[in-house]
Design a binder for this molecule. Structure first.
Ligand code: TRP
Length: 320
């Protein structure tokens, strides 16, 4: 029997990180909490459910593009690389690439420890030839290949339009860090949602079944549990919508009444209608995104889209 190879590196953010970021975000105006805190165990499960919603065209469109071009991706990238996936989460999409790429190792990184542990274990069991070196980390702070991982030409995989959850400037900074991680000549395969009609975007982020609303509201449940806060879910609502001027979908939690909430011993007053901004999801044209990638030190080798121009997958190469 071949033993599955799984190494697990734990750099999980501490409760102090959550506390400091949440308190700072609630003291500021407008109020905002970083989206990375969505992904506790329940949040990661809810996010997986979002990816299967009829309105959430992103995942299925991206998967279609990746499947269609998997052979060409493998041909251009070559085998034996070290494949790194920041925010690997459920490690679902990487399966499309593994047989073709035959990497020397796969390094999924994710902030959600249990979720990553289970998903990385499944990949290791399913691909006995593959070394998996999972790293539980907040990749916006620490993006390092674990020291036990083997050497190989590096390829980063960043699907799901997660790049849109950074602002454009932060997206450039993040991609510059990826360029450094993969090194000159290294690749970045990245999925980017495209600008499109408002109705389709609004539906994708405010589905009929209310899964996205539950995902957004779960942030408050998590803060209650982990920071001893007293948010009452029934006094908050999910709000999402495309802001054409900024080219982004904004996600908020709206206070339905004038209320005071205590978080880690500190009182916060909310007016009725006041919001906590929980996420942005920037949308780009292919040209706009190529410009950002170039600023981060990448050139586009190829860009693929689906036939309806909903979603793009860019194969980029680090030039510096
Ligand atoms: N990267 C995903 C996106 O921007 C994340 C996401 C999808 C998301 N739906 C969400 C984040 C709802 C928060 C709430 O599309």
């Amino acid at each position: 029997m071949i033993e599955a190879t799984l190494e697990f590196h734990d750099l999980h953010p501490t409760p102090a990180d959550l506390r400091a970021d949440v308190l700072a975000g609630l003291r500021r105006r407008p109020r905002a909490i970083p989206p990375k805190f969505f992904y506790d165990a329940a949040g990661s499960k809810l996010f997986d459910a979002i990816t299967e919603l009829p309105e959430y065209y992103l995942t299925r469109t991206e998967v279609g593009v990746l499947r269609e071009h998997a052979a060409e991706i493998a041909e251009r990238v070559g085998t034996g690389s070290l494949l790194v996936e920041p925010g690997g989460g459920s490690c679902a999409k990487v399966r499309i690439l593994l047989e073709g790429l035959r990497p020397c190792a796969y390094v999924p990184m994710d902030i959600s420890r249990e979720h990553l542990w289970v998903a990385a274990g499944e990949v290791a069991a399913e691909y006995p030839w593959l070394e998996v070196h999972a790293a539980c980390t907040d990749f916006t702070r620490v993006m390092e290949v674990p020291p036990t991982a083997p050497e190989g030409p590096r390829v980063a995989f960043f699907p799901g339009s997660s790049i849109g959850n950074f602002g454009p400037e932060a997206a450039v900074d993040f991609m510059a860090a990826v360029a450094e991680l993969v090194g000159k000549g290294g690749f970045l395969l990245i999925g980017v949602d495209l600008k499109k009609a408002k109705a389709m975007l609004n539906a994708a982020y405010d589905d009929a079944q209310g899964v996205t609303a539950a995902f957004n509201l779960n942030l408050l449940t998590r803060i209650n549990r982990e920071l001893g806060a007293d948010f009452q879910s029934r006094l908050w609502a999910h709000k999402a919508g495309y802001d054409e001027a900024h080219g982004r979908v904004e996600m908020h939690l709206v206070s339905l009444a004038r209320q005071t909430v205590t978080v880690a011993g500190e009182g916060f007053q909310f007016a009725a209608g006041e919001t906590i901004h929980t996420e942005n999801s920037y949308k780009y044209t292919v040209a706009e995104f190529s410009t950002l990638a170039a600023r981060a030190g990448f050139t586009a080798e190829v860009v693929w889209t689906d036939s309806e121009q909903r979603f793009s997958v860019h194969l980029l190469r680090a030039t510096v």
